[in-house]
Design a protein around this ligand. Structure first.
Ligand SMILES: Cc1ncc(COP(=O)(O)O)c(C=O)c1O
Length: 427
């Protein structure tokens, strides 16, 4: 069939960013040719037995309860399932001393949909024809922000400054406040904290400074907390979520063991929640209620926050240690390699300064030695200016076994050594 797509249809069909690479990865794995690969590309969390058991227990409880029919056999409110909204209100008021009511919460089918609603409710053309930008204050950031705008030119990202510890081979991105522009032409601001792909956690001061720049223009600031405490609590450094005013605190239960159930949660001022709720009504009426019901019980009992801290966080933190220890032991001291400080999330981010080939070519060379990572250039959505750094980074997922991670990093060290050496010989 020769399907005629609209502009938006064609745009949505584009394999942008990481989706193009994932296609190549799937083709590589399928072609295989007898070669075994260590695949550290996935953003899919591992199934941890304690976490799976929690959701199994909550499901058994739901099946046995009189609420079951109400949950799966009936439509509900667009804002979300009332017991889950109540559980979030109680938990967050108690935990963080907030004063939330049920009007401050929206439940969505995964948090990706939340960014889609926000990008198009707050960004794009106003009825007066003015363009409202969606600002990503620190690039690189989550590749999924690249596809959410129906007006792609609305998305604008800012280059960070680099805080480099040369002798330790570590670095950290910081927002460049000398460049960052948030004005009456800004529709909303979005960033992830902890960050996918880098594991960066913006400091409390940096977050407050960004929110303060946006506040005079009533611009919503979406803090993507997919990896933040209290669940999944994938922060390896102290961090406290920031609430209030123009901040929309956005959560996901995907990294807390429920990616298949698609649960996103937004917490913020009633005006923002209402605008997004209307978007949701038009799009899908409401998210599935089964996942919401089991989430309500895991949050009410305190089990979800407990398991996040006791199981999920240490599991991935240990993987990061294996990765950094192996790199420290196997990467030559004289190469300009810098690992981003591992402050959270389920990824490591490696910068190979002055890399003589592109990140894409490096990814191809790694495939030759049976290792699959993601080239970093997919993680700069909205950053239009050329910047060598974009082609010098790699994202390494912490979703392999300890042994796989160690072997992959040793092979990466060998490939990096050869690539830099080849460049010297050819110079
Ligand atoms: C930073 C970040 N935000 C949002 C999402 C989307 O999550 P979900 O739609 O499953 O809640 C992801 C998924 O990997 C992510 O890494």
């Amino acid at each position: 069939m020769n399907l005629a797509l609209t502009k938006i249809g064609a745009q949505m069909s584009n394999l942008t960013g990481v989706r193009a690479i994932m296609k190549d990865i799937i083709a590589t794995l399928q072609a295989g040719g007898g070669q075994e690969f260590i695949n550290l590309s996935a953003g899919n969390p591992l199934i941890l037995p304690e976490v799976e058991q929690l959701w199994r227990d909550c499901t058994a409880q739901l099946l046995a309860s009189s609420e079951y029919g109400e949950v799966v056999c009936r439509y509900g409110s667009s804002q979300g399932y009332a017991p889950l909204i109540g559980a979030i209100v109680n938990d967050f008021n108690q935990r963080y001393g907030l004063n939330l009511s049920d009007r401050n919460i929206l439940i969505t089918p995964g948090s990706q949909s939340l960014y889609f609603y926000a990008a198009n409710a707050f960004g794009g053309y106003t009825s007066q024809g003015d363009m409202k930008q969606i600002v990503l204050p620190l690039s690189p950031d989550y590749t999924g922000y690249g596809g959410v705008c129906l007006e792609p030119e609305a998305l604008i990202a800012y280059k960070p400054t680099l805080d480099i510890d040369g002798p330790a081979h570590r670095f950290k991105y910081r927002p460049d406040f000398s460049q960052l522009s948030i004005t009456e032409n800004t529709g909303c601001v979005i960033f992830s904290r902890p960050c996918n792909p880098t594991g960066n956690v913006l400091t409390q001061d940096e977050v407050k400074r960004i929110a303060a720049l946006a506040a005079p223009h009533d611009v919503p600031v979406l803090i993507d907390s997919a990896y933040a405490p209290p669940f999944p609590a994938l922060n390896f450094t102290e961090m406290t979520p920031v609430f209030g005013g123009n901040i929309l605190h956005c959560m996901s239960l995907s990294k807390a063991g429920l990616p298949g159930e698609r649960i996103g949660i937004a917490i913020g001022d009633e005006s923002m929640i209402q605008a997004l709720e209307c978007f949701q009504t038009n799009l899908c009426i409401h998210p599935s209620r089964y996942g919401q019901a089991i989430a309500a019980s895991a949050i009410n009992s305190g089990a979800l926050a407990q398991i996040a801290q006791a199981v999920i966080r240490p599991f991935y933190q240990k993987k990061f240690s294996v990765l950094e220890n192996t790199l420290d032991a196997s990467m030559p001291q004289n190469l300009p390699w810098f690992l981003h400080r591992g402050e959270g999330a389920i990824f490591a981010w490696l910068w190979l300064q002055d890399l003589p080939i592109t990140d894409w070519e490096f990814y191809q060379e790694l495939k030759q030695v049976g290792v699959i990572l993601v080239p970093g250039s997919s993680f700069f959505p909205g950053l239009r200016e050329e910047w060598d750094h974009k082609h010098q980074c790699l994202r390494i997922s912490l979703t392999g076994s300890d042994e796989e991670i160690a072997i992959a990093m040793e092979r990466l060290a060998q490939v990096a050594t050869q690539v830099y050496q080849r460049a010297v010989v050819n110079a």
